[in-house]
Design a protein around this ligand. Sequence first.
Ligand SMILES: Cc1cc2nc3c(=O)[nH]c(=O)nc-3n(C[C@H](O)[C@H](O)[C@H](O)COP(=O)(O)OP(=O)(O)OC[C@H]3O[C@@H](n4cnc5c(N)ncnc54)[C@H](O)[C@@H]3O)c2cc1C
Length: 384
Amino acid sequence: MKWTEDNEHEDLRSGVRQVCANFPGAYWRDLEPDTYPSEFVAAITNAGFLGALIPEQYGGGGATLTEASVILEEISASGGNPAACHAQMYVMGTVLRHGSAEQKQQYLPEIAAGRLRLQAFGVTEPGAGSETTRISTKAEQVPEGWRINGQKIWTSRALYSDLMLLLARTTPYDECAKPTDGLSTFLIDMRKVDGITIKPIKTMINHSTTEVFFDNVVIPADALIGEAGRGFRYILDGMNAERILIASECIGDGRYLLEKAVAYANERIIFDRQIGSNQGVQFPLAKAYAQLRAADLVRFDAAAKYDAGKSCASEANMAKLLASEASWAAANAAMDTHGGFGFAVEYDIERKFRETRLYQVAPINNNLVLAYLGQHVLGLPKSY
Ligand SMILES: Cc1cc2nc3c(=O)[nH]c(=O)nc-3n(C[C@H](O)[C@H](O)[C@H](O)COP(=O)(O)OP(=O)(O)OC[C@H]3O[C@@H](n4cnc5c(N)ncnc54)[C@H](O)[C@@H]3O)c2cc1C
């Protein structure tokens, strides 16, 4: 299947594919429903891909976001699921941009070398959902540093991470001039504190997601990133990067699903002809392909703007919206093309179908993306 004119990243793409070749569909299938892909994460870390965004001065790859996005796309396109480790790429961005020199020196080289895992990002709470500013997990200043009480939900990979980037309230909502004030970010070394309970949540995909309870967890003063009260701004910066990377994973999912569907449509003979010669089979695949190519252009545009230090919020949001819809179109077309066999686990179509569905919901729901575009790009009234 002809995919892209982008020959620029061919070496990078083939390097990622080489690692992924050792982790075929059977590897990912056998992990279901809830085993963490430790061997894959170790292999992709050791090959230097997970530390790609960490600057070279800290032992990382010094890659651009465009290159990082190509890495995640290729993992998805090879049939793997980068959700097992993608957060390690972008969560450290908050430390890089807003951490102190000491924090960067202490953590980034260890993360780059794969000795320390920063895979957990604790933002969402059961009572707040998409309205992040309503979170109620609070951090209070105490002589030893900060004391944290509260609960997070959907904190993915917390059981497979040493560190967690946590968003907590340090000033009550009602006492703040703006809802986004009074929130702070902390980098918590979960190995070194008491009072954290992590409970896995069973989901329709293998995602190692959890609920995390904080019961009088005392963390040192130097766990605070940047200034207290400015945490919301710090995590917002990273969200554009996250959306572009998630869009790339969707593009990879879509490529994978289409490639398999096209191969099947060409080889399956029913009524004495290839099923792919029927327009009812062919057109949904062609349409999903067009949607994916269009989303891919927006993703590269968003990533280029990000790398140039330009504002890219609307492009990053559009990339995530379009790519998650395009990969879902590819997933549905692939399911239909495979007929009953789409439901057979050994074909991996149903697994990818489930995995790619997540990205219409997380890390931000597409409704909220549309609300952002309506309000901030089109200048329409705030809808909520
Ligand atoms: C597998 C998985 C992994 C995740 N991993 C993480 C993680 O690692 N860290 C983390 O912090 N979070 C994580 N999340 C949480 C994810 O970011 C949230 O689920 C998502 O932001 C939506 O929040 P919610 O589920 O509370 O939905 P809600 O906010 O309750 O929304 C429910 C529905 O109402 C709609 N809705 C709400 N308000 C509006 C409005 N004003 N206009 C239009 N529609 C509206 C939403 O679009 C959605 O369709 C994960 C979620 C999942 C499922």
